[in-house]
Design a protein around this ligand. Structure first.
Ligand code: SF4
Length: 285
């Protein structure tokens, strides 16, 4: 296993105080729900002492126990209280287009492309009048531009012909649009219409749900079904945004920043980079 990827136990010496030169004992021994947010507050040297060198074994551990889920949600709320979609948009149509374009690229990249795109084609009817080939140069910087052009133009044509120019706010109907699967549908329904029809499962949610042992599945649709069973429905929209933020900020794919993560005491991921609890085989993204 590559250096830096294997979970590390806190040293008795407290040397991890100086992780990456930040000069603090990040999450060495977080009190129950007494969270310290990354980059905020000073660590107490005492906290390092409180951590044993050998993580305690958990008896009767249930990753889906309601108390554990509540603990994760509480920590997410403290970390990302106002998390929302990072794709810039002014209408449901703009959000739909931005979400289609966001596949396999960053939201920041999409946000660089969409202002010019919507200035050039302000209405859904303008997109519906195009051929995919005409749109390709405008969306090329987002990658996979041929498929994306086909999806955007196809969706525009169907919205104009079948839905009176309005993005449908219904799961079954929105799924009839070309290029729209459950992830895109959930983003638009949740973020724009405020309808909790499902949980957005993008690459971050997929990885983190597995690290947190909330699912054993790899298929996004099955992961969504698993999450819908254990996350309260009123939390579905916010939960997705929070986990996506967590995946960008701390729980990144390679070398997650576990030493800075307030969720660390509840996380048994095999691919943690630092730990105060035992890690579980198979709990990885
Ligand atoms: S893998 Fe690390 S960064 Fe991700 S949730 Fe677990 S402790 Fe936090």
């Amino acid at each position: 296993m590559a250096r830096g990827l294997s979970p590390r136990l806190p040293a008795k010496s407290g040397r991890q105080d100086r992780v990456r030169g930040r000069g603090r004992a990040a999450s060495a021994s977080p009190k129950k729900d007494g969270l310290r947010l990354p980059g905020k507050g000073k660590a107490k040297p005492k906290a390092v002492k409180a951590v044993s060198a050998k993580p305690a074994k958990l008896k009767g551990y249930d990753p889906l126990a309601p108390e554990r889920i509540k603990g994760i949600l509480r920590r997410l709320d403290q970390l990302y209280p106002t998390a929302t979609c990072a794709l810039h948009h002014r209408t449901a149509w703009e959000l739909l287009v931005a979400t289609i374009l966001s596949a396999q690229t960053t939201d920041a990249n999409v946000n660089r492309v969409t202002p010019g795109l919507f200035e050039k084609y302000p209405r859904v009817e303008d997109f519906a009048a195009l051929t995919p080939e005409q749109l390709e140069p405008d969306v090329r910087p987002t990658g996979f531009f041929r498929n994306k052009s086909k999806s955007v133009v196809g969706a525009a044509k169907k919205i104009v012909s079948d839905f009176g120019g309005q993005v449908p706010d219904d799961m079954d109907k929105i799924l009839t649009l070309p290029g729209v699967a459950r992830k895109t549908a959930n983003v638009v329904l949740g973020t724009w219409f405020g309808k909790a029809e499902g949980v957005v499962v993008d690459t971050h949610v997929q990885r983190i749900a597995r690290r947190w042992e909330l699912t054993k599945n790899e298929n996004p649709q099955k992961i969504e079904q698993d999450l819908m069973k254990i996350i309260p429905r009123e939390r579905w929209i916010l939960f997705s945004h929070q986990v996506i933020h967590h995946g960008r900020n701390l729980c990144v794919a390679r070398k997650p920043r576990c030493v800075d993560c307030p969720i660390e005491p509840l996380c048994h991921a095999q691919d943690k980079t630092w730990t105060t609890v035992e890690v579980h085989k198979g709990a990885k993204g």
